[in-house]
Ligand binder design. Structure first.
Ligand code: PLP
Length: 454
């Protein structure tokens, strides 16, 4: 007699597959998030000693909870950074969920680690990083940045033994992602906050900041962004990267969103990533994988392992075997230990659709942004704030108050047209479109822009 929690229930299993099939078959309904017309149900009393009927609980989720979530994979989701997982990545995510894969060590999961590593090597090669680069898939850009900067800090400490650890700094742009500031906060490292040129961090900015700084020797690394989240601006990766090489500074490139432009016509903007000591790109953003997944790649993974591998009696068996790959434990390259094989859905999708499909899907988002920008520039009453950056467009409706932007955003969602949220740019609230899903249409963009005059 099996334990009730481990008993196969054919009918309920079918109900779950039916639900998933329905989500896979149709475009995701936009749904409502916090702006749902009906109130969130109370969950009081849901958790009971005896448990509830599974099919009814699934129905409750479907009918009462799911519509309170804006589907991030809807082609009408143009806020923040959308997530548009390919069909095969979603399907394979279900395989990962049902397979008991623990992507922690070579000992347990060699068959998974080789596949994930193939995907990481592919990304590293695209980025122009040398053979032997490698790392691990982690939960997201924030953890990727934190892990990479931890290694950068530790390397900096050994290179600058004369500087007190709490005085070491990373040079970052005022436009760096908030997760960079948070990572430095966790690490107890101060930023040298550099004011970029029109939001783009360049070698000249850095040189000027260091020349004006009383203690430039305390700077041990540089963080550049390949595609800012707010505006899609790519820093001067070539200049910053070559400067970092010359000065023995750790060079980290945060490409969580825009690293995927390596697959687009704008890849030349990203060629300076080849200088990176560490680089991240989120497959759960513009590489069409499911949440949550970030590829973290080090130029020299051995250094990362030296600083990040966890040591414990019960883990000794993971290290130091005869197999030449035996030591490739994904857990050694970031700050987590146990990990879902979260790179596998991306790997499966890349293998099955092929590189050209990725290139075309990435390019479509850039082309959508370019055409949206052209249309905005040609519409009286609308103004581009700046040219489209990768797949992001910032623009204003001339004369609008902040309240009007908020009402417009809420109304588009209530009417289930699109999810578009305003952003702040140089202190001003402006409208922002972030393209990603290849099935977003120019017609939808037209409808969104027209709605500003309704
Ligand atoms: C999204 C983003 C991050 C954070 O990534 P998460 O996956 O959300 O943790 C970091 N940097 C940039 C540039 C981003 O766009």
């Amino acid at each position: 007699m099996r334990h009730p929690m481990f008993t196969y229930d054919e009918a309920f299993t079918n109900a779950i597959f039916e639900y998933c099939r329905d989500r896979l078959e149709h475009d995701a309904p936009l749904d409502f998030g916090m702006h749902s017309p009906v109130p969130l149900p109370s969950l009081e009393g849901m958790i009971t000693d005896a448990g509830r009927n599974a099919s009814q609980t699934l129905e409750f989720f479907r009918d009462a909870l799911a519509q309170h979530v804006v589907s991030i994979d809807s082609p009408g989701f143009l806020a923040f950074i959308p997530n548009a997982p390919t069909k095969n990545s979603l399907l394979f995510d279900m395989v990962v969920a049902c397979s008991g894969l623990n992507g922690t060590s070579w000992l347990e999961s060699a068959g998974v680690v080789v596949a994930e590593n193939q995907a990481l090597e592919f990304l590293a090669e695209r980025a122009g990083m040398p053979r032997g680069s490698g790392g691990v898939f982690v939960s997201g850009g924030s953890i990727g940045n934190l892990s990479a900067l931890t290694v950068g800090r530790d390397v900096g400490r050994t290179l600058r033994p004369d500087v007190a650890p709490h005085e070491l700094r990373f040079a970052i742009s005022a436009d760096a992602h908030s997760s960079i500031g948070k990572a430095l906060h966790v690490l107890g490292i101060h930023p040298l906050l550099v004011e970029p040129d029109d939001h783009r961090f360049t070698r000249a900015n850095l040189e000027r900041a260091l020349a004006a700084d009383p203690r430039p020797e305390t700077v041990i690394g540089v963080v550049a962004t390949s595609g800012t989240t707010n505006a899609g601006i790519v820093d001067d990766l070539e200049g910053l990267g070559s400067f970092a090489r010359e000065r023995d500074l750790w060079f980290h490139v945060d490409g969580a969103y825009g690293g995927a432009a390596l697959f687009s016509s704008q890849r030349d903007l990203l060629s300076g990533i080849r200088h990176a000591d560490s680089f991240i790109v989120d497959p759960h953003k513009w590489l069409f994988g499911p949440l949550d997944c970030c590829a973290l790649v080090y130029r020299n993974p051995t250094i990362a392992r030296t600083h990040l591998a966890q040591q414990a009696g019960y883990l000794d068996i993971l290290h130091g075997g005869d197999d030449e790959h035996y030591d490739w434990n994904p857990s050694d390259f970031a700050i987590q230990l146990s990990r879902r094989a979260r790179g596998l859905p991306f790997w499966f999708s890349l293998v099955t659709y092929g590189v050209h499909a990725y290139e075309s899907a990435t390019q479509i988002a850039i082309d959508l942004a370019t055409r949206a920008a052209d249309r905005i520039a040609a519409t009286p009453g609308l103004e581009l704030v700046r040219p489209a950056g990768l797949s992001i467009v910032l623009f204003r409706r001339v004369g609008w108050s902040e309240e009007q932007y908020r009402e417009w955003s809420e109304k588009l969602l209530r009417q289930q047209v699109a999810f578009v949220t305003p952003t702040r740019w140089e202190g001003e609230m402006v409208a922002r479109l972030a393209f990603l899903h290849p099935d977003t249409t120019d017609e939808l963009v037209g409808e969104i822009l027209d709605s500003m005059f309704a």
